[in-house]
Design a protein around this ligand. Structure first.
Ligand code: GDP
Length: 475
């Protein structure tokens, strides 16, 4: 290890010790302060002090990482893995003789929005990879565009023609089914695995191909999300005409780093699938992001890209946050209105927004929306490890229709009140959410009790699955 590494490590260690010295002493003071105004003043001072110190500690961790050469190493590893995985997908999708290859037919036209449809196609491509079948994507009668998938995205295959689709048989989870030349899957909500009884195929998200797992985990904190990012980015290959629109907008808006992407999902989602969040909640995280950057180098312009289906949210941010440069595409917002939503203009609009969100350095949104999850996934394919580059105002990351998301206790916990659950070290918990206040919610896999627990007491329990072996052929 270098001298710089050891200096950074000492500084970090010192920072954590000092942080606790300050916090414990002043919390005791706060506890003993009788005068409520004095208590308020002290609490405010503590928030500022600790907020800034947290920023210094996080900056020191970054220094430690780069002093150890890890930042550059992660970049190289992620590029290498991206090349391997994209190449495998390309080979799977371009069999030399399509009519002889095993195929999986999939229609983009699920009755939902683009994020949901892209995730449906993601599920098909994961199934294709897991079952060694070339995915043929149908887009006739697409609710967004009569002109079909290829009016905006590149085709999923160059060697298969639509006449190669053939007549699909419904998929069944048994080896006999492997012999069927063409199959079709039910939507993810309805798929069942071999043993019925709601057992679902083990290749569904959040499973990661076993042969890739360790190599991904070496540079990425959350391999399932990176794997999703690879699948999504294979689908999200834009036609030159789409790319041209985005390039022109990039220049016109002066879209440049550092920039935070904010997605405010309103209209039909609010009150049905998600709660409404005020713009101030989003902007609090935006401020925290730039404050953190300022610890090492003051940002001259605090840029924010706002994507939304409710242009009022955009105008409110523009009006109330004059210290920020607010970018956004009002054409996209207007075309996202419910009565115009399924049109060519709206398709370009949502592609534009997802694109710029994914090109941001940090995302602030609600993960209950597939639009934001899509942008987050694409971000993983662009950067070595962007697992932490977000704030979700509601859910933790998930894939709609995923198999369970479990975490494993690394420390025991004794419930402090009826809202909490108890567990032993090593117990498996089904994660249900994160309160983003240091506590998560889970259901104990053995006791079935559901409740809160300190987030730091558990870690991800990743699922690896044996998917077919793919040669890394490159022709
Ligand atoms: P979800 O309903 O938010 O989970 O995501 P879906 O993608 O399934 O459906 C929402 C649809 O609403 C999108 O596909 C868009 O057509 C539209 N929409 C939602 N948010 C935005 C946005 O920020 N910008 C644009 N242009 N359209 C949006």
């Amino acid at each position: 290890p270098s001298k710089e590494f050891e200096y950074s490590r000492r500084k970090l260690e010192n920072g954590i010790v000092e942080f606790w010295r300050y916090a414990s002493t002043h919390l005791k003071d706060l506890y003993e302060t009788k005068d409520s105004n004095a208590a308020k003043a002290l609490a405010k001072q503590m928030l500022d002090f600790m907020g800034e110190h947290k920023g210094v500690i996080l900056a020191d961790i970054n220094n430690l990482e780069s002093a150890a050469g890890i930042t550059e190493w992660k970049l190289q590893k992620s590029l290498e893995m991206t090349r391997i995985v994209q190449n495998r997908l390309k080979n799977l999708q371009n069999p030399r003789n399509c009519a002889e290859a095993r195929r999986l037919r999939c229609s983009i036209n699920k009755a939902c929005g683009l994020g949901c449809q892209l995730h449906h196609a993601t599920y098909c491509l994961i199934a294709g990879y897991a079952l060694n079948r070339t995915v043929i994507l149908e887009s006739k009668g697409w609710r967004y565009s009569k002109k079909g998938w290829e009016s905006v995205f590149l085709p999923l295959t160059k060697t298969c023609k639509s006449s190669d689709i053939g007549t699909p048989r419904a998929w069944r989870d048994d080896p006999e089914n492997d012999k069927e030349p063409v199959i079709e899957l039910p939507i993810v909500d309805n798929i069942q695995g071999a043993s019925g009884n709601n057992k679902r195929p083990l290749w569904l998200p959040l499973a990661v191909p076993r042969d890739l797992f360790t190599r991904i985990h070496a540079f990425h904190k959350n391999p399932p999300i990176w794997w999703m990012g690879q699948i999504v980015s294979y689908l999200w290959r834009l036609q030159p005409s789409t790319q041209k629109i985005l390039n022109e907008l990039t220049t016109k808006m002066v879209f440049a780093s550092p920039i935070v992407g904010v997605h405010v999902r309103r209209t039909d989602k609010v009150g049905t699938e998600a709660a409404k969040h005020e713009v101030s909640e989003y902007m609090e995280h935006v401020k925290a992001y730039f404050d953190q950057l300022d610890v090492t180098k003051k940002t001259a312009v605090r840029r924010v890209y706002v994507a939304t289906d409710d242009s009022a949210a955009f105008h409110e941010i523009k009006k109330n946050y004059p210290d920020y440069e607010i970018l956004g595409n009002t054409d996209s917002m207007d075309s996202a209105a419910l009565n115009k939503r399924y049109s060519d203009a709206s398709l370009i609009g949502v592609i534009t927004d997802v694109h710029f969100l994914s090109q941001s350095d940090h995302l602030v949104c609600t993960f209950s929306s597939q639009v934001c999850r899509l942008a987050y996934e694409l971000m993983q394919a662009r950067l070595p490890d962007a697992a932490d580059f977000y704030n979700s105002l509601d859910d933790v990351y998930y894939y709609g229709g995923q198999n369970g998301h479990n975490v494993r206790a690394i420390l025991p916990h004794q419930a402090a009140n009826p809202e909490e659950i108890s567990f032993d070290k090593g117990d498996l918990l089904g994660l249900a959410g994160n309160h983003w206040d240091g506590y998560s919610v889970a259901q104990h896999k053995v006791t079935d009790r559901k409740g809160k627990f300190p987030s730091y007491k558990a870690e991800e329990h990743f699922v690896k699955y044996d998917m077919p072996h793919y040669e890394d052929r490159s022709d």
